[in-house]
Structures are given as structure tokens and as C-alpha cells.
Write a protein that binds this ligand. Structure first.
Ligand SMILES: Cc1cc2nc3c(=O)[nH]c(=O)nc-3n(C[C@H](O)[C@H](O)[C@H](O)COP(=O)(O)OP(=O)(O)OC[C@H]3O[C@@H](n4cnc5c(N)ncnc54)[C@H](O)[C@@H]3O)c2cc1C
Length: 425
């Protein structure tokens, strides 16, 4: 029996995370320096770093803390972006790309530093990640990435086929790019830990408090929620793929892509000794990417693109995929499955926008949001406190994506067709 389906909050992460700090809906009028809409990594990190520097700050979250991508993701705390560094150069120009590259290369240090400093119990493991080559072309991609990363001083290593098989327990992959800077976390536990730290620093956090409207009122902004309101000097919109109700153009600035995951029952000691024995988190070079990792209890967490859980059509995907990845493993029982939405920006780069005088947003993380959300949230705090160089990206106007809904449907259909074929062969 599955314990959680589709967008149900009962993912593995919500079943195994420590309890969230006590919060309640906003039922009064409050005044703050900065109001933040959205209680994921971006909003929580912004709030924590602002509050630590003495700002009066409040988060309004429409659902529970970590309800969005922050509580649903794979938990790969990576350095850098999906884009290859040379692609970043081409998109931004060398100087701007170098700045963003250096900033995000340091992101795991910031994430694991916060975990350490605030003693966040989030199954943090920093044994690196493996980007796995599924074909000769995939291995060429890894070699290209390796060259580009080494040229920028990254301590990455290519692994040959035999070593990749040893590190994964899978005969499927022909090579891997190992990044020792990265690791895995329990993402919802990390979000809740950031929330506890932000509250400890003096931030006010309100849940079940959707912001339905933002209006100018003299020098301030007034954020309205069904049972209360916030008067703020500045506002941060930290809603990424879960953007709702506000600034409709923002929702048009990314293509939402579903990503689903399954988590098994804890594996046996014998199975655990062969599968990811050094506990790296992995993803592969397929266009319809597959990811896998272990959690602290020894569950296999397996995922891919699409919303396969919708309509319950392909419930055999996890069995099929596991038998391909680990033919020696035998039958696996599955306890949890869930899905989340990723915000793919047009150029797969994060974007920083000033939406009005005093209203800012950072979003479009394109599936890389643990490091970027945390570090850009921290940088946003510095920016709002007057350090105009804090943000590693320049503000741009909001570009809406043409044929957004069609693109979403195209990617979703492509992923489903791909998975359906995988289940048949
Ligand atoms: C399935 C999946 C796998 C992923 N895997 C990884 C990974 O392994 N590594 C990685 O680095 N990144 C990964 N990502 C990306 C990463 O999770 C996100 O980029 C990151 O969580 C974004 O954080 P955020 O705080 O900006 O937004 P979110 O965490 O999405 O938070 C936005 C919040 O805003 C709230 N909200 C929206 N509108 C309103 C409103 N009007 N009023 C109040 N609140 C509102 C939502 O309820 C939501 O909680 C993955 C994402 C998904 C979905």
C-alpha cells in the first residue's frame, strides 16, 4: 500500500521529518520592515539572515512550511547549476557568469554551514554526488562538464565504468562525474530547521496564510491575507514554482515541470551493502532524467520527470526501473510516492526581479534550488539591508515565456510516453 499519493503532503519527507515549529495563521494586523511571501528555502533563508541582522521580518506561507519544492525535492545539495559553466558564459557573458558560478560553487558550504551552526537534524550527508552517464553520449557530456569545471578549479573527478558500478551497485551506467563538494539532505527537515532558526532569530512565521493582494499604502506595502494583514517597507516574493495569486506575469515566466518520487521500505543490510555503499546522491544524463539516493533509514528514493502518479496509470514504473537499475536486488516494497513542481526558466538560470519599488523576487531555479534558494535568500537579505553588490545576478524585467502551457503539456506528454515505453521494454 502506498502511504501518500500525488500532491498529498505525506511524502517520505513529511513522514520522517522532525515536527515543524509551532506556527499559526495571521489573524491580526502587523507592521514589519520586510514581509516575505512563501515559506520555502528562499523565503526562510531571507528571513533568517534579515532577522539575525536585526530586521523585523514576517513570512506568510499559504500552506505549511516547505509545502512547495522545498519539502518535495530529491535532496541533492549541489554546487552550481544544471547548465554547464560554458553555457553560463554564453548566456551571461564571462564576468557575470564567473561571479554567479563562484557564488553557487560555494552554495553547499553555506547549506552545510547553516545545518552545522543551527544544529539542524536533516539527515545531512556530505559524501558528494554522482552525475551518471547512461550512454556513450552521456559520458561525453560528463567529460565536457569535467573539463569546464576543472578549468574553474572545481575538485570534481571522472569515475570509470567499474568504479561507477561499485559506487552505485548498478550495471547500467558507463561512467560518472563525482562532485565531493555536494551531498544529500532530508529537504523538508532542512526547511523546518531553517524555520526554527529564523523564529529563534526573531522572525515571525505565519502558515495557512495566503497573500491574496498587495497594495501600495503611502510609503508602505499592505499585504492582505484572509484573516490579517501586514504593513511592510519591503516585500520579497519567494514562491518559485508554487507562485499563486500574486503578480500573474511571474507565473508566466517559467514552465512548470512535474517530478515524481517513490520511496521503498528500508532495504536489508545485504542490499544496503551493495547499493550506493558510500551514500552519494545520483542523477543521470538521460533527457528524461532519473535520480536515486538512500535516506537515513535505508530506503531507496527513486524519481524522474513527469506526474506519473496522476491517474495512477503507471504504478509499475518503480518496479521496472529498480529491476533495470539493480537487477540483483529482487522485489522491493514501496511505501511512499509524491510529486512536486519545478520552475524551469527560459534560460535555466535563476532570475532576480524588482517587481515594483521595494518588491523583489528571486526564482526560476530550474530544479536546482537547495543551494541557490539558500544562498540567494541570504544574498537578498544583504541586498535589502543596503549592500547593492550582495546579489550575484543583476535585476532583470520579467520575461514571459511564449507557449508556456503548450510547453508544459509537451514536456509532460514526452515524459509519460518515455516512461510508458520504459515500462513495456
Ligand atoms: C520533485 C523536485 C525535486 C527537486 N530536486 C532538487 C534537488 O535534488 N536539489 C536541488 O537543489 N533542488 C531540487 N529541486 C528544486 C528545489 O526544490 C526548489 O528550487 C526550491 O525548493 C525552491 O525553493 P523556494 O523557497 O524558492 O520555493 P518553494 O519551496 O516552492 O516555496 C514556495 C512557497 O510559496 C508558497 N506560496 C505561493 N503563493 C503564495 C501566496 N500567494 N501566499 C503565501 N504563500 C504562497 C507556497 O505554498 C510554497 O510553500 C527539486 C524540486 C522538485 C519539485
Amino acid at each position: 500500500m502506498f502511504k501518500g499519493v500525488t500532491e498529498s503532503p505525506l511524502s517520505l519527507w513529511s513522514a520522517s521529518a522532525p515536527a515543524a515549529p509551532a506556527t499559526s495563521p495571521l489573524v491580526m494586523s502587523i507592521d514589519v520592515d520586510v514581509a516575505i511571501v512563501g515559506g520555502g528555502f528562499t523565503g526562510l533563508s531571507t528571513a533568517l539572515h534579515l532577522a539575525e541582522q536585526g530586521s523585523k521580518v514576517a513570512i506568510l506561507e499559504a500552506q505549511g512550511l516547505g509545502h512547495g519544492g522545498s519539502g518535495r525535492n530529491v535532496g541533492l545539495a549541489n554546487a552550481g547549476l544544471w547548465l554547464e559553466p560554458d553555457q553560463m558564459d554564453a548566456a551571461l557573458g564571462k564576468a557575470a557568469a564567473d561571479r554567479l558560478y563562484r557564488f553557487l560553487a560555494d552554495a553547499p558550504n553555506v547549506v552545510y554551514g547553516l545545518i552545522e551552526r543551527h544544529q539542524i537534524q536533516c539527515e545531512a550527508v556530505r559524501n558528494g554526488t554522482l552525475h551518471l552517464g547512461h550512454s556513450a553520449k552521456g559520458v561525453q557530456e560528463l567529460e565536457r562538464r569535467h573539463r569546464q569545471l576543472v578549468a574553474r578549479g572545481a575538485p570534481v573527478e571522472l569515475k570509470d565504468r567499474a568504479e561507477t558500478q561499485r559506487l552505485t551497485g548498478s550495471p547500467l551506467y558507463q561512467g560518472a562525474l563525482f562532485d565531493p563538494r555536494a551531498g544529500t539532505i532530508q529537504p523538508l527537515a532542512y526547511a523546518r530547521g531553517l524555520a526554527t532558526a529564523a523564529i529563534g532569530a526573531g522572525a515571525q512565521l505565519f502558515t495557512q496564510s495566503p497573500v491574496t493582494d498587495i497594495q501600495r499604502q503611502g510609503e508602505h506595502w499592505l499585504l492582505k491575507s484572509p484573516q490579517g494583514q501586514v504593513k511592510a517597507n519591503k516585500v520579497v516574493i519567494a514562491t518559485n514554482a508554487y507562485t499563486e495569486l500574486l503578480f500573474p506575469e511571474l507565473k508566466q515566466s517559467f514552465v512548470p515541470i512535474y517530478y515524481f518520487q517513490y520511496a521503498s521500505k528500508p532495504l536489508t543490510e545485504q542490499q544496503l551493502s551493495r547499493i550506493l555503499p558510500e551514500r552519494q546522491g545520483c542523477w543521470d544524463t538521460r533527457t528524461v532524467m532519473c535520480s536515486f539516493r538512500m535516506d537515513q533509514a535505508g530506503r531507496l528514493v527513486l524519481g524522474s520527470m513527469g506526474n506519473l502518479l496522476q491517474g495512477d496509470k503507471l504504478r509499475h514504473w518503480s518496479d521496472r526501473m529498480t529491476s533495470k537499475l539493480f537487477p540483483w536486488l529482487g522485489p522491493v516494497a514501496w511505501d511512499y510516492r509524491w510529486v512536486g513542481q519545478i520552475a524551469y526558466s527560459n534560460d535555466h538560470l535563476p532570475h532576480f526581479h524588482q517587481l515594483a519599488d521595494g518588491i523583489y523576487t528571486c526564482m526560476g531555479y530550474s530544479g536546482r534550488g537547495i543551494g541557490p534558494g539558500t544562498t540567494l535568500g541570504k544574498a537578498m537579505a544583504g541586498y535589502l539591508l543596503g549592500d547593492k553588490d550582495a546579489m550575484p545576478i543583476s535585476p532583470t524585467s520579467v520575461d514571459t515565456i511564449s507557449w508556456r502551457d503548450l510547453r508544459h503539456a509537451f514536456y509532460e506528454t514526452g515524459a509519460r510516453v518515455y516512461h510508458a515505453r520504459q515500462c513495456l521494454i
